[in-house]
Write a new protein. Structure first.
Length: 214
């Protein structure tokens, strides 16, 4: 994720905030074409980028700070979901996640979201989806926008078909690909107006810069 951020922001410079805390999420300040922005990004190299209690608090606090000082927020999404587990539930992951949703929903500064890869379920909503008030939502062709990942989804939706198949692994792979094309493709989301546009990775910087100046 840091490599992508360096290519997105001016001079590859990011002033990261709380770098040692909740390392599965990156927050900090940077410039894009001279415009100061607050950057929020999942870090898939730590806990696969899943959101946990600390990550939700970190993002909520940062987005509120950006709102107070009228700093636009750019969010880079690669999130598989909220971190599961008894500890997370006992710690109040729903309550902490709600803080994050409220912070984005109440933020009145420009909000630009770019979906790089995974954007699954409620965690995608929490990462500033269009439904949470994002002004522009772009997606790379590699994005998967769905309730859950294709592999997990087909085990539930097509369990009988897979069980009846001679080659179960081949059938599961076939159904997973079909699920991606029918439900998780960013082009499907764009055609239903859930996102603004599908863009090529090399166009990300100037598309975000253009959106910030509108």
């Amino acid at each position: 994720m840091y490599a992508i951020i360096r290519r997105l922001v001016d001079n590859g410079e990011l002033l990261e905030v709380h770098a040692g805390f909740a390392r599965n999420i990156i927050v900090g300040f940077a410039r894009i074409s001279g415009v100061v922005i607050g950057l929020v990004a999942n870090q898939p190299m730590v806990m696969a980028g899943a959101l946990d209690l600390n990550a939700a608090d970190k993002v909520a606090r940062f987005v509120r700070t950006c709102n107070v000082f009228n700093v636009p927020v750019v969010t880079l999404v690669d999130v598989p979901g909220f971190l599961p587990g008894v500890e997370q539930e006992r710690g109040g992951i729903i309550r902490h996640g709600a803080k994050m949703l409220f912070a984005y929903g109440s933020c009145t500064t420009p909000k630009i979201t770019v979906i790089l890869r995974k954007a699954y379920g409620g965690s995608y909503l929490a990462m500033c989806s269009q439904e949470m008030g994002a002004d522009m939502v772009f997606a790379w062709p590699t994005a998967e926008i769905a309730v859950m990942g294709a592999e997990a989804a087909v085990k539930i939706l097509y369990r009988k078909e897979i069980a009846d198949a001679e080659d179960k692994s081949e059938k599961a792979a076939e159904m997973a690909q079909e699920y991606r094309e029918k439900f998780a493709s960013p082009y499907v989301s764009a055609s239903n107006f859930y996102i603004s546009d599908v863009i090529e990775p090399q166009d990300t910087r100037w598309m975000v810069a253009l959106a910030l100046r509108k």
